[in-house]
Design a binder for this molecule. Structure first.
Ligand code: CP
Length: 308
């Protein structure tokens, strides 16, 4: 059975079977990536445009690596070096790119809904690489892959997402995906950084960190997104760090087997102390490694690779 979705716009509504297929396929690509020759042929002849309207290190590089390792032809686009700087609209940009015969678009944009909008402007497969405060589905998938490879399962595990939940598209994708895969999810942060409509997301919310992390298998720190914040959401960085910044003292609250995650980039010394980020219980760099395999799996399955 192939994947049942045509585009990857978010993890809300994506079935357990589809997520399992992506994670299983990503595990196979993880093995390929351990070989000396890391390139396989399934997307030979396909062109993928990486349309990044927002900055990125991990997502952009790992999509480009994934495309190259699947033998696709990646074309990278940045707003500063394109006609967007002359005022060209998103719709015109995508229609012009499509006129050059492309197969897939990976898009990151500051506005929620841009990937969905692009599905109405192009026949290419659209993959969301992060749209505003909405979702970052490949991040949620690589996080679940990392948890599954660490514990051998997802069902029944408890994940606690800590920090700036309000501005986090990573949190939203993880909440939808983890819930679908049978995990217990708790989101914790100051009340001002929790969603205004918590009933719209399938998890429990709390501002009490000590209580939240009790019995946790996974604690994922979220970046304090100061660039998306109006003044006054937190009293001060110092107070935030004292209450929610994860340091060695707070690590001692967790069960011995629990692991630490962060989607990056890390504000070291704010949401996560350096010694915790770099300790043996941190799987942060595993998340980055798994990002290439997950993006290979998504490109392969949506690009028709399973027919090869
Ligand atoms: N996690 C993540 O999306 O990182 P980048 O912004 O560097 O892509």
């Amino acid at each position: 059975m192939g994947i049942s979705i045509q585009h990857l716009l978010g993890l809300e509504g994506v079935s357990r079977d589809d997520i399992t297929l992506i994670l299983d396929t990503a595990n196979s690509f993880h093995e390929v990536l351990q070989r000396e020759i890391k390139v396989v042929p399934p997307l030979r002849g396909k062109t993928v445009v990486n349309l990044f309207y927002e900055n990125s290190t991990r997502t952009r590089i790992s999509f480009e690596l994934a495309e190259k390792r699947l033998s696709a032809n990646p074309v990278s686009f940045s707003t500063s070096a394109s006609s967007v700087s002359k005022g060209e609209s998103l719709r015109d940009t995508i229609r012009n790119i499509e006129a050059m015969k492309i197969d897939m678009v990976v898009v990151r944009h500051s506005s929620p809904g841009v990937p969905l909008f692009l599905t109405h402007c192009t026949n290419a497969v659209v993959i969301n690489a992060g749209d505003g405060l909405h979702e970052h589905p490949t991040q949620g998938l690589l996080d679940m892959m990392t948890i599954r490879r660490t514990f051998g399962k997802l069902d029944g595990l408890k994940a606690v997402l800590v920090g700036d939940v309000l501005h986090s598209r990573v949190a939203r994708s993880n909440i939808w995906g983890m819930k679908t895969m049978g995990m217990e999810v708790v989101a914790c942060g100051p009340p001002t950084l929790l969603p205004q409509h918590p009933d719209q997301l399938p998890c429990r919310f709390t501002d009490n960190l000590h209580e939240a992390v009790e019995g946790a298998d996974v604690v994922m720190l979220l970046r304090l997104q100061l660039e998306r914040m109006d003044k006054g959401l937190i009293p001060s960085i110092r107070e935030y760090r004292e209450r929610y910044g994860f340091d060695m003292d707070k690590l001692a609250w967790l069960p011995q087997h629990a692991v630490i995650m962060h989607p990056g980039p890390i504000n070291r010394g704010i949401e996560l102390a350096s010694d915790v980020a770099d300790c043996g219980r941190s799987v942060i760099l595993d998340q980055v490694t798994n990002g290439v395999a997950v993006r290979m799996a998504v490109l392969y399955l949506l690009g028709g690779g399973e027919n090869d």
